[in-house]
Design a binder for this molecule. Structure first.
Ligand SMILES: [Zn+2]
Length: 126
């Protein structure tokens, strides 16, 4: 029994997804010696590249919540998750101006190198 490392998600979890790839001709089987291998068609690879870039390392920063109370002013505003709490934009601006030594790096690295292999969305710590 292999208990080392991260627990891998069973591959059959993705059956529907994988079937879709085949159904929509987004993957094709290799030919000849490569008959056991599959590869993404070119347009799927290209789109994947675009999505990986667009996704960026800060998805939480871009998710807007409509029905949360702001942790600072307690009012029902559009809020964003900041530092683990729901905060409306005016309050967040207030926080930024009152805590000057707090490093603000997240928004600046949006165009950083896409890394498809990693599913990590950790903000870059400075
Ligand atoms: Zn607020």
């Amino acid at each position: 029994m292999d208990t080392m490392g991260e627990k891998e998600i069973p591959i059959d979890t993705f059956d529907a997804l994988l079937r879709d790839l085949v159904t929509w001709d987004l993957v094709v089987r290799g030919e000849g010696d490569d008959a056991q291998t599959w590869r993404l068609v070119a347009r799927a690879q290209q789109r994947l590249g675009e999505l990986a870039i667009a996704r960026g390392p800060w998805p939480a920063e871009r998710t807007v919540y409509l029905d949360r109370l702001c942790a600072d002013c307690g009012r029902r505003h559009l809020t964003w998750v900041r530092d683990g709490t729901y905060v409306c934009n005016p309050c967040w601006q207030k926080r930024l101006t009152s805590v000057q030594d707090e490093p603000i790096t997240v928004a600046l690295v949006a165009a950083g190198g896409p890394s498809l292999g990693s599913s990590s969305s950790e903000p870059i710590a400075s």
